[in-house]
Design a protein around this ligand. Structure first.
Ligand SMILES: Nc1ncnc2c1ncn2[C@@H]1O[C@H](COP(=O)(O)OP(=O)(O)OP(=O)(O)O)[C@@H](O)[C@H]1O
Ligand SMILES: [Mg+2]
Length: 342
């Protein structure tokens, strides 16, 4: 539904020009919710502005529902609902008159217009603020009015620039639910592209994630594929009851765990003493996270080592990997590389 083809944007000219987007190519299909991630200034908003026809690419193009944004920006706009960064324009309009205005621009009138405006007002819970001028709304309500405007005409493609920025936790949850439901509609699945800095949002609603930095795509994959790139992929966190040495002290097992064949690194959380409780006996506990070489499964080796040494395992869990870790690793490496080259 969306095909971004080698799109590039250079702001300004001469030596002071900024290459904000540098040859981005992506395909997004029906039913997909693509999370667009990247550090501040990575080029996310600029890419979205070009795909939605609000900014002309320096080169390359995007095709949305078969319409080329360079040749037919108006055609593309009719297929897209777009939530830009920040608050909606027209600060003196009330939320109600703003939505009515957008509905008319979208070609809606009469009973259909009323039905669609009412439906979207209900969806993003703004019934209580419809009479207020937009400039007097709180940040979260401005954001909700912006979302209502984007979803009003039930478009096949939604481009949402930080849709949950500034929302309270209830609204974040609600808006994620609405976005997911928009993409899922069995018969007529929609394509959604959203930018976010909240990695938990990617886990919660995105079927795919793209990380960009300095205007270039660094990775493109499912959240599970991204997590598998983390050094914590298949890491085992274990809490053991350590043995007591001749001096009556608990033995720190981190060193022994580190000698296991497929352990790359041990994060030692140390030995702590737990008091006796109804949950179990008190005494020393050793906690460690074992990072796996090449993400190999470690659990069986950990349990068999503990068994052979007679250590009691109190808790053990396996991690899928951490998106924040992958994000930092990729984007900071990029930062160092680019800085080194300068
Ligand atoms: N109108 C403009 N004129 C000049 N440079 C711009 C303009 N808009 C954006 N830029 C620059 O382009 C680069 C990309 O900005 P963009 O807003 O696309 O980043 P972003 O990924 O959306 O960042 P954020 O996470 O902070 O929203 C930045 O270096 C920014 O300063
Ligand atoms: Mg932005």
């Amino acid at each position: 539904m969306i095909s971004i083809r080698n799109i590039t944007k250079r702001y300004g000219g001469g030596s002071a020009s900024i290459l904000a987007v540098d040859g981005v190519s992506l395909e997004v299909g029906a039913g997909e919710v693509l999370g667009f991630l990247g550090p501040n200034g990575a080029g996310k908003s600029t890419t979205m502005k070009m795909v939605t026809g609000f900014l002309t690419p320096t080169s390359g193009t995007a095709v949305v529902c078969g319409r080329d944004v360079v040749e037919d920006p108006v055609g593309v706009k009719s297929a897209i609902g777009y939530l830009p960064e920040g608050a909606p324009n027209y600060p003196d309009m009330t939320a109600r008159s703003f939505l009515d205005f957008i509905a008319r621009v979208r070609g809606l009138s009469g009973a259909e217009k009323k039905r669609k405006v009412d439906a979207v007002v209900e969806r993003v819970h703004i019934g209580g603020v419809l009479r207020q001028p937009i400039e007097t709304l709180s940040k979260g309500f401005k954001r909700r009015v912006g979302l209502a405007q984007a979803m009003l005409h039930d478009p096949p493609v939604l481009i949402l620039d930080e849709p949950t920025d500034g929302l309270d936790p209830n609204q974040k949850h609600e808006v994620r639910h609405v976005i997911r439901a928009m993409a899922d509609r069995g018969d007529s699945g929609r394509a959604v592209v959203l930018s976010t800095h909240i990695l938990e949002e990617v886990e919660a609603i995105c079927t795919r994630a793209v990380i960009i930095a300095k205007g270039r795509v660094l990775v493109d994959g499912t959240p599970a594929q991204l997590r598998a790139m983390s050094k914590y992929h298949n890491a085992v966190s274990v809490t053991l009851v350590p043995p007591i040495n001749a001096a009556g002290e608990p033995v720190n097992l981190a060193g022994e765990l580190a000698t296991m064949k497929w352990v790359a690194e041990v994060e030692d959380q140390g030995v702590r003493h737990v008091p006796v409780s109804p949950a179990g006996p008190g005494g020393p506990r050793q906690s460690c996270t074992l990072l796996a070489k090449g993400g190999r499964p470690l659990l069986a080796d950990v349990t068999s080592l503990a068994k052979s040494r007679g250590w009691t395992i109190e808790t053990v869990s396996v991690e899928a990997g951490r998106l924040d870790d992958v994000f930092r690793e990729l984007t900071q490496k990029e930062h160092v590389r680019a800085g080194g080259a300068a």
